[in-house]
Design a binder for this molecule. Structure first.
Ligand SMILES: NC(=O)c1ccc[n+]([C@@H]2O[C@H](COP(=O)([O-])OP(=O)(O)OC[C@H]3O[C@@H](n4cnc5c(N)ncnc54)[C@H](O)[C@@H]3O)[C@@H](O)[C@H]2O)c1
Ligand SMILES: [Zn+2]
Ligand SMILES: [Zn+2]
Length: 393
């Protein structure tokens, strides 16, 4: 089959690799019909390079059709399914508590990481990813979400990651009807955090330097800001001087405007892997601009929810301010399956309350994946969300 492979820093190529096969009776193989490119994939592209191996198949936002079903998978050939990006057993101590991204059956203990993820480096189990024609789905008796036949892929696909991630971010932000929410970053995750905040009745401020992303958010009732010098004061003015009740950081470790962290990333990128890997594990520093802005902006006693991924182990944090402002901070990889029951009715609602018909800016064949990554990273051509189609020529 054809699959997108990691070949080195900023170097991806579509290669022919062996077709996946069933390995456990709880496995299934799906033929992928749509597969998203995520902001998290961009971390592999550069920052997390030291944990990648040449030839790794990447990608973790797939849907498709079951072509082979293990005897205990609970699936049938022909089922149309969306596959969560986290791999969870559904029955261990953590899974019983809904902490599916901490699954004790699939935790990657060698690296001290949580549950395995598709296509996400040694840190998350080196599981072959989903930007490919076919995907082996472990624990298919628990993970995949069976969906109907009526709606096009783009209505269901984002149940794999973007929608539950954004839903969890807003749930953790604990914002109530009539309250205020600021969202840093209007990439795919931030767009959906902001829309979900509106859907739940909050007043939402969205912040991103990229104009097309602000315009998209504005179409969905979000008040937008470019993150310039005046942004924080303008949002404080709109909230009786206090700042919003909650802030979601949907930017993560590659924020613009963090010179120290950027330097550390560049240095790690230049080192040979044997040195870079311990460097990232012991002295990795994130680009913290969005997180520090969130701490500054949130009102006293408010909540910050991080959905942006951070990877540093020695990132400096303004604990004096955090303590003095009595900030509550929640974060973590998404427990995808916990939120599907809330989301499925919304994605199937003919009124399209989350605006999924205005989200995907580019649908491209898998063969053009390397160009698609460059476009998404550089935010060219109005790119907000790219979906790859492995069934297209
Ligand atoms: N927690 C999870 O389970 C989970 C799941 C998926 C993605 N993520 C993470 O969420 C983050 C966002 O993902 P995405 O797909 O939306 O990616 P993205 O890279 O497209 O979005 C990031 C956005 O932040 C903006 N930005 C950069 N610096 C900023 C700043 N200082 N202030 C305001 N905006 C700024 C960028 O212009 C961009 O639009 C990534 O870190 C990704 O890894 C987390
Ligand atoms: Zn993703
Ligand atoms: Zn489990």
């Amino acid at each position: 089959m054809k699959a997108l492979t990691w070949q080195g820093k900023r170097k991806l190529s579509v290669e022919t690799v062996p077709d996946p096969t069933l390995q456990q009776d709880t496995d299934a193989i799906i033929e992928v019909t749509s597969t998203g490119i995520c902001g998290s994939d961009l971390h592999l592209y550069e920052v997390l390079g030291p944990f990648m191996t040449e030839g790794d198949v990447i990608g973790h936002e797939p849907m498709g059709r079951v072509v082979e079903a293990g005897s205990a998978s609970g699936l049938t050939v022909g089922d149309r399914v969306v596959v969560p990006f986290t791999i969870s057993c559904g029955s261990c101590w953590m899974c019983q508590r809904g902490l599916f991204s901490q699954c004790e059956t699939t935790q990657v203990k060698d690296f001290g990481s949580g549950a395995q993820l598709f296509g996400y480096s040694k840190l998350y189990g080196s599981v072959p990813g989903a930007q490919a024609q076919f995907l082996r789905v472990p624990h298919a008796d628990f993970g995949p979400v069976k969906v109907g036949e009526e709606l096009p892929d783009h209505r269901y696909l984002f149940l794999s990651d973007v929608l539950p991630t954004a839903w969890q971010a807003v749930a953790y932000a604990d914002v109530k009807e009539g309250e205020t929410l600021a969202v840093y970053g209007l990439g795919p995750i931030g767009q959906m955090c902001a829309r979900i905040g509106r859907h739940l009745g909050a007043r939402v401020f969205g912040i991103d330097p990229v104009v097309e992303r602000r315009n998209m958010a504005a179409r969905h009732g979000i008040e937008v800001f470019d993150g310039g010098e005046d942004t924080a004061d303008e949002i404080r003015d709109a909230t009786q001087g206090r700042g919003p009740d909650a802030v979601v950081d949907a930017v993560g470790m590659e924020a613009h405007g963090s010179p120290v962290g950027k330097f550390a990333h560049d240095v790690a990128g230049l080192l040979p892997d044997a040195i870079a890997e311990p460097f990232m594990q012991n002295a990795g520093v994130d680009r913290l601009a969005a997180l520090h802005s969130s701490i500054d902006l949130v009102r006293r006693g408010g909540t910050i929810s991080l959905s942006g991924v951070y990877g540093g182990t020695a990132s400096p944090m303004p604990l004096l301010t955090m303590f003095d402002k009595q900030i509550q901070l929640r974060m973590g990889q998404c427990n995808v399956r916990s939120w599907i029951d809330d989301l499925l009715p919304l994605v199937e609602d003919s009124a399209d309350p989350l605006g999924l018909n205005d989200f995907v800016t580019h649908r491209m064949p898998l063969s053009q994946a390397p160009e698609a990554y460059d476009m998404f990273q550089e935010k060219e051509d109005g790119c907000v969300k790219v979906v790859l189609d492995p069934t297209a020529g």
